[in-house]
Ligand binder design. Structure first.
Ligand code: ATP
Length: 296
């Protein structure tokens, strides 16, 4: 009897990237806000778009969220094309915009309730999720407070948990901590990490270097609508040299980068008065590549 045919195992399809962008272009008049962007963010990452004002970060998020139409290129969310299948693409997403868009006259509970109703969530599920998310964000005791009475940090917490109500796989955060004091910013970082631990892929924009370094598994540095560097913050900094010596000169400050601390210290000694040793940061990388600073 003939041996049964042995079929080699078909390799499983890799899951689609959480976010994939190919050749993306968006122009406003003569401004190329996004200029041929290629990007892939696998599920499970916290990915940060880092860049100065006007680099194209928000425009890219808006295209991915289906709010703005690109002039060219493809944008997919969890494998669904934003242009041809916008409803499916949007279903994967929670979006937190740059501006706090809470109705000041609703209570914390009511603003979550409204979001749940708009997403056609049945009441028992809605109320269970609201209770769970309020506890998750440390807002349970503020459920009955009017949004207008919340501090800036608490308002941001509420805007971050609101889209989680409909259980998205991917969360977009556009400058989540802009304008917050350092303490509130830290607490929000902790919240974003907890959101990520719930299995949500996070794509955020920022021009705070420390935010990108602290939170992100990978960063994409954007300048004039193009990705000029991408990688893990530590890897990018190691490439440059983790130790920086700033030397004051007549025309400003010159910085030298070193891989070894010993070599940096030896250079520091020779560099004379006023020279200082510090850790390299992503701002250095940006400055080196573009001649400009990221920070405000
Ligand atoms: P920011 O950190 O200031 O939000 P960004 O990196 O998010 O900056 P975008 O908001 O994407 O940058 O803007 C990219 C460029 O496109 C800028 O030059 C901006 O002025 C321009 N732009 C964005 N939206 C529009 C619009 N609706 N109409 C005209 N120009 C626009």
């Amino acid at each position: 009897m003939a041996e049964p045919a042995v079929h080699p195992k078909t390799p499983p399809h890799p899951p689609p990237a959480a976010v994939e962008v190919r050749g993306l272009v968006k122009c406003y008049g003569t401004t190329r806000a996004v200029d041929g962007l290629d990007l892939a963010v696998p599920g499970g990452e916290i990915y940060g778009f880092l860049g100065p004002n006007g680099a194209g970060k928000t425009t890219t998020l808006r295209i991915l969220a289906g709010v703005t139409r690109p002039d060219a290129g493809v944008a997919r969310v969890a494998g669904d094309d934003v242009a041809t299948d916008p409803v499916a693409a949007k279903r994967h997403l929670g979006v937190v915009s740059q501006h706090v868009n809470l109705d000041p006259d609703l209570t914390v509970f009511e603003s979550l309730e409204l979001h749940g109703i708009l997403h056609a969530m049945p009441r028992p599920t809605r109320w269970r999720r609201i209770e769970e998310l309020l506890a998750f964000a440390g807002l349970a005791d503020r459920a009955g407070s009017l949004c207008r009475t919340l501090s800036g940090g608490l308002k941001r917490r509420l805007t971050i948990i609101r889209p989680l109500l409909h259980d998205p796989r991917i969360l977009f955060l556009d400058e989540p901590t802009a304008g917050l004091d350092p303490g509130a910013r830290r607490r929000l970082w902790d919240l974003i990490r907890s959101v990520h631990r719930r299995g949500v892929t996070v794509l955020l924009t920022t021009h705070y270097i420390e935010e990108a370094e602290f939170l992100c598994h990978r960063v994409g540095i954007l300048d004039r609508g193009r990705l000029i560097e991408e990688g893990g913050p530590r890897d990018l900094l190691e490439k440059l040299g983790e130790h920086a010596v700033d030397v004051p000169t007549e025309d400003g400050t010159r910085t030298r980068f070193f891989r070894s601390r010993e070599t940096a210290l030896a250079f520091l000694k020779r560099a004379g008065a006023g020279a200082t040793l510090r850790r390299t940061n992503l701002e250095d990388l940006f400055l080196l590549r573009t001649g400009r600073r990221v920070g405000p």
